[in-house]
Design a protein around this ligand. Structure first.
Ligand code: FES
Length: 206
């Protein structure tokens, strides 16, 4: 697999790695695509809401370590509102790209950063606990990467319908029958949605 020099550099010498004592917020997220995990710790200035310190721990692949490292560089010194807008594409670009089958590693890193920020906001009473809705499902589907091209299935218009009715999530997919990645995509959607206690059943039509 071809990695950029930046991915190799961040993998060999990751920035801001390790556990933080007494963080203001922490989040651990796992990738349904591979089972790897990232933990992000934050120290946030109470007055300015600027991320003054950030650390991460990785339990996964080289891209997992490299993307964990790069998001700490991207987020440190930013206000939480700005840090929330960092996208997985920006993280991948900051590493001079990732192989398409490794794009989900940058999704995991950014997802964990956002979860840590959200935990901070909830703990400080800045936002209410988010309600589970159809929008939550669509946001989760945007994290499912089609590995052949390294793009998410919503952007690729593979999702024809997404609905939520009485705890049943229904997804209609447009994905060729003989596509090698079809089963991976279906499995990943399930894992993204089944982690929510509000989801009693997931129906995927394809
Ligand atoms: Fe699991 Fe990279 S393969 S995060």
């Amino acid at each position: 697999m071809q990695y950029s020099q930046k991915v190799i550099d961040h993998f060999m010498n990751p920035h801001n790695v390790g556990k933080m004592e007494h963080p203001d917020a922490v989040a651990t997220e796992g990738s349904p695509a591979c089972g790897d995990q990232v933990t992000v710790y934050l120290k946030v200035n109470e007055e300015t809401k600027v991320i003054e310190d950030i650390k991460f721990q990785s339990y996964g692949c080289a891209s997992n370590i490299a993307t964990g490292s790069i998001i700490t560089d991207l987020a440190i010194g930013k206000g939480i509102e700005e840090a929330k807008t960092i996208t997985w594409k920006e993280a991948a670009e900051a590493l001079d790209g990732l192989p398409p089958v490794k794009m989900h590693c940058s999704v995991l890193a950014v997802d964990t950063l956002r979860a840590a920020i959200q935990n901070y906001e909830i703990a400080k009473g800045l936002i209410p606990i988010p309600e589970f809705s159809k929008e939550t499902i669509i946001e989760e589907l945007k994290k499912v990467i089609y590995p052949q091209v390294g793009e998410d299935i919503v952007t690729l218009k593979m999702v024809k319908y997404a609905g939520l009715d009485d705890g049943v999530a229904t997804i209609d997919l447009d994905i060729p029958k003989f596509d090698n990645f079809r089963d991976n995509v279906v499995e990943e959607i399930r894992e993204h949605l089944e982690k929510y206690p509000q989801v009693k059943n997931v129906i995927i039509n394809y």
